[in-house]
Design a protein around this ligand. Sequence first.
Ligand code: F6R
Length: 612
Amino acid sequence: MCGIVGYVGRAEAMGTILEALGRLEYRGYDSAGMAVLNGRAIQVCKRTGKLKVLAETLRAKPLAGTVGIGHTRWATHGEPSEANAHPHTDCRGELSVVHNGIIENYAPLKARLLEQGHRFRSHTDTEVIAHLIEEYAKHAPLPSAFRRALKDLQGSYALCVLFRREPGRLFGARKGSPLIVGVGKGEALFASDVTAFLDRTRTVVYLNDDEVVELAAKGPTITTLAGKAVTRKSSTVSWDVSAARKEGYDHFMLKEIHEQPQAIEQTLFNRLDVGRRRIAFDRRTQRFLDRISAQEKIVIIACGTAYHAGLVGEYMLEEFARLPVDVDFASEFRYRGPMLDRRTTVIAITQSGETADTLAGVRLAKRKGANVLAICNVMGSSIAREADAVLYTHAGPEIAVASTKAYTAQLTALLLVTLALAKAHGRVRPEAWKRLLAELGRLPDLVRQALATEPALEEIAAKYARARNFYYLGRRYNYPSALEGALKLKEICPLIHAEGYAAGEMKHGPISLIRQGWPVVFVAPRTPVSEKVISNIEEVRARRGTCLVVASEGDDDISRYADSLVRVPRTDELFSPVLVAVPLQLLAYHIARANECDIDQPPNLAKSVTVE
Ligand code: F6R
């Protein structure tokens, strides 16, 4: 989604902002722009398309100055165009605004401002903010006018404002959309995502909703919307900038697929102790889990890939911890009047910690008295801060739009929670406990072995690259794996339609489409229902579909039915979704590559969906 950057300091703002926007490119965008104050006037430059188009224009006609704001836009209101790109200015060029989020009441505000004589140049909701501040500034100093304007806005925003008559300062505010402050040596930055400024500073100040910030080179001054001073300590980000570089890989997605063994190790680190047969968490999370009784109802909420992790979690928690679990798309959960109370634990799964629907679901759950655990990758993100406890996945920054290492890290976190609850509620015998912990400890190595399927998958991908429809089928724990495999492919290869199904559902409809050569990916590691999956393979073969099977090593029963076969190490069904994820990700990656798709930034997609 949109990216925001603001800079105030000693360096040239133009270059600094361009670099920072470059690091936000991964979020997906369709136009970009910046505004720099040169001491006398605010100069604005905007372009549609990739950031390099903006960079080329700026190279030919640089903007001088050491304070400025920049933006990458992912269109919501108004088509991608230069006029609609940010920053937006008021009528007289006194101020410039960049904005992430959606101003829901922009239409009545715009009508009022038009009546008051303001001239609009774009079709965006954002432009009303610039004119609103301008209107209030007729009767108040600019910073007060900014605060007054914020009170009129409904919806979500992260904002950064540059005022012509306030040199050396930027103004920012957030409500429901991320905005972070970075404090460096003699300089300070705003960004919607910490990766934007990791090369300049790792000292960050997280902001809360309804806070207003005045940002000078020496750092932020934070107040509430009502004007009350806020004291906030800074934090240090543990990620370093190399984690946000490709490091020799052709795509971030491929790098992140290969980082999965380390990501899983990081999720297990300090939590799993195989030798002492223990799973333990930080004090807050441990207390949270200790409070979950054997009668607790669990509700998992998430979106996209994280939702698929939640579906696997449902199988895990019900089978091993014997707790009843519902899994909901966060976007449905919040609108269906869910029945929650103090005996409900809501687990919100999210890589970014900023997904608007998941955040709204967390807030709803808390309002209804439920206890909220976040499984989250980004430290200090909104969901991590609002949940009652957080289990960080520590997978490192995920840059590719398609989620890979965050997914297997989420599954690993769910495994830890499941086994800890199973143990606490006396659901697991000592021999099984010992064996399961040992297998969990082996997971990073098993994933390393699964990565060795890559050459085979490259060949298979070349064979199927021209197909335009795929089914992905699986059962039980690997039904969500099938959904996730299909999502990966359609996400990064928009030429292809891929659909995931529960294998047993096939004959209730979808099988009617199977014909000669239609590829069906069977996610079929060895499990107690393998025989049933073999029957489903037979049904597809009977209709001349082509079967690509992801099987367990040594499972010869299933292999003979496969037109193409990849094998992952054999493990308990409980752990198998982590292993099968690897070949499914690699298959999607190599098919997309063979089709010359824009793998890291697929069209129309954004990394972190901060609008509802
Ligand atoms: C798919 C993908 C998305 C996200 C979804 C939730 O590869 O990346 O489906 O999983 O937008 O995002 P988070 O986990 O950040 O809440």
